[in-house]
Design a protein around this ligand. Sequence first.
Ligand code: NAP
Length: 253
Amino acid sequence: MVAGASSGIGEATALAFAQRGARVVLAARRTERLDAIAERIERSGGKALAATCDVTEPEQLTTLRVVTEEVYGPADILVNSAGMRGGGEFTKLDYDRIEDPVRLNVLGVLFGTRAFLPSMLARGKGHVVNIGSLAGRFATPGNAIYGATKHAVVAFSEAMNYETERRNVHVTSVNPGFVDTEGFPQGDLPNWAVLKMGTVTDAIMKVVREDIAPEYSVPRWLSAFQLFRVATPTLYRWGIRKARRARLSSPSR
Ligand SMILES: NC(=O)c1ccc[n+]([C@@H]2O[C@H](COP(=O)([O-])OP(=O)(O)OC[C@H]3O[C@@H](n4cnc5c(N)ncnc54)[C@H](OP(=O)(O)O)[C@@H]3O)[C@@H](O)[C@H]2O)c1
């Protein structure tokens, strides 16, 4: 089950699972996009079901679970990839622009997990992969709302995993750096700073295959960078402020 499968990381993840022989359910709101991806999978010999679903609506997730179980049986793997940006000067934002990313990035992940986790626990196998972000590990200026939502995803995944691992079910936050997608265009970044989509999907496949939990950063050096933040917070924050000033004074931004 891939939620947020109509584009970007979710689409690529669904295709990667299908290529490896998994039967895939693709969920998101844009039905036509899902149909086209499912058709593409079926044409190349795979199995896929397109299911329109807004992950911020619990009833729709319940229906999604029921339909999935009727067609393919209970889900072994859930990937919560639906998400959106949430930026801007905080005090100038309408309340909607604060609520929307929180609903999608946080409640969407919690509701999706709530819908699919019980059957994994009942069967004693399964993996929930939540697409977090490096913004869930590093709080940066101008990114307060998005960063808050992704920190929530990282914390939720770790806390849940303590509860589920004894029953052979894992919950992992996969935290990618920058990936160029519809919702997160990275055109203003140098190429070296942008991850290839294959790097992210390979990481997700590895996490599932090797039962890695509760957290996995891509690129891998980001994990080590967390040590720097914890070991020398003053130096780390000085660096972040300096990077921010350089960014603000850059003529290209
Ligand atoms: N790209 C990056 O640099 C980056 C880095 C780190 C983490 N991430 C995270 O990766 C995840 C995927 O992002 P992406 O880069 O692949 O962006 P994307 O291409 O814009 O994909 C977002 C997906 O979320 C779905 N979605 C949005 N609202 C939804 C809703 N209410 N219900 C169901 N599905 C919904 C969209 O489909 P519909 O519009 O059809 O519903 C789309 O399939 C997000 O959680 C994002 O925070 C991205």
